[in-house]
Design a protein around this ligand. Structure first.
Ligand SMILES: [Zn+2]
Length: 318
């Protein structure tokens, strides 16, 4: 729970980027475009015709810049999530601000309400923004000296807010495998969480080997699916070199010296509160992208930049 508490505190203090900050930094479409230009072309715009970085000027009435020498047009929004969107750039930035500014995230419906766009447009923006975050999630955790806790949670199902293991015959719950690095004094741990088809040994071990680097100390509970983790070999037959410690939750033991899964529990409680508070019903189809949004927040919770800036800095040209 320590992680979650720290996250809350940060959101309310140093990392808070207020609506006044937003309005001052992005008063209109032109300011958003100028920010994009600065962010996407830090060395200046490389003119394709002149084949060098040249001076460019803003085109009047158009979201583009022209080369001072040859007149070649450059569109900062081309290839980004804003590409060919009829929605004004500032509304996009405002939607990103809204999504980044609460700990639990917001729904497409709230974007519709706050920006005045149609629900269809709000939903499209919401998914595009979330895609940015999915693209920015961590793909590997652990390694020597970076212990990882792996744990599963269950989403949905018949029992309201049920998060425990499904009862026999309940196929309505979707398992999610989370893998999180423990924090140290120097570094905050990163998390990866993946929707998995089941919690059988084959699935759990192959998911762990996909995301947890070799030679990692891995802490899990006593679920059968984690058995033999320390003996897993790579496709070439050499060992992954995992060490494996298990906590006996069934025996009522939650912490035994180093052996606990408190860090991943912190991430799960963040996720559950978010999904419970904002999204009500998350369908299987969208569950991974919801989880990615939370993983992104978790992985950026300690950066000196405001969360909003972490979000907009995910913008890239395809
Ligand atoms: Zn030129």
């Amino acid at each position: 729970m320590g992680d979650v508490q720290f996250y809350n505190n940060r959101q309310n203090k140093a990392q808070k980027f207020t609506i006044n900050d937003f309005n001052a930094m992005f008063p209109d479409d032109a300011a958003c475009l100028e920010w994009l230009r600065g962010y996407l072309y830090p060395e200046g715009i490389d003119c394709k015709t002149c084949q060098r970085v040249t001076k460019h000027h803003r085109d009047a009435g158009r979201p583009s810049y022209s080369c001072d020498y040859c007149g070649h047009h450059e569109h900062p929004t081309a290839g980004t999530i804003f590409h060919k969107s009829p929605t004004p750039l500032r509304l996009w930035f405002y939607a990103i601000y809204l999504m980044s500014s609460t700990r639990c995230g917001i729904s497409a419906k709230q974007i519709q309400r706050e920006t005045g766009v149609t629900y269809k447009t709000a939903w499209r923006m919401f998914n595009k923004i979330r895609q940015l975050l999915s693209d920015g999630v961590t793909n590997s955790v652990g390694g020597p000296d970076k212990p990882v806790e792996a744990d599963e949670m269950y989403h949905g199902g018949r029992r309201k807010n049920g998060t425990g293991r499904p009862m026999k015959g309940d196929t309505t719950k979707t398992p999610v495998l989370g893998m999180v690095e423990r924090k140290t004094t120097e570094r905050k741990g990163q998390v990866v969480a993946r929707v998995v088809p089941d919690v059988g040994q084959k699935t759990l071990l192959s998911t762990i080997t996909e995301y947890v680097l070799p030679d990692t100390m891995v802490y899990t509970d006593e679920l059968k699916g984690y058995t033999n983790l320390q003996w897993k070999n790579k496709p070439d037959g050499t060992p992954y070199g995992y060490e494996h410690r298990r906590i006996k939750h069934s025996a009522g033991v939650y912490v035994n010296g180093d052996i606990h899964t408190n860090s991943i529990e912190g991430f799960w409680s963040l996720l559950k509160r978010g999904i419970g508070g904002t999204y009500h019903a998350v369908s299987h189809k969208f569950l991974q992208s919801y989880i990615d949004e939370y993983a992104f927040r978790y992985n950026h919770r300690e950066t000196p930049k405001p969360m909003f800036i972490n979000f907009v800095e995910q913008i890239t040209k395809a």
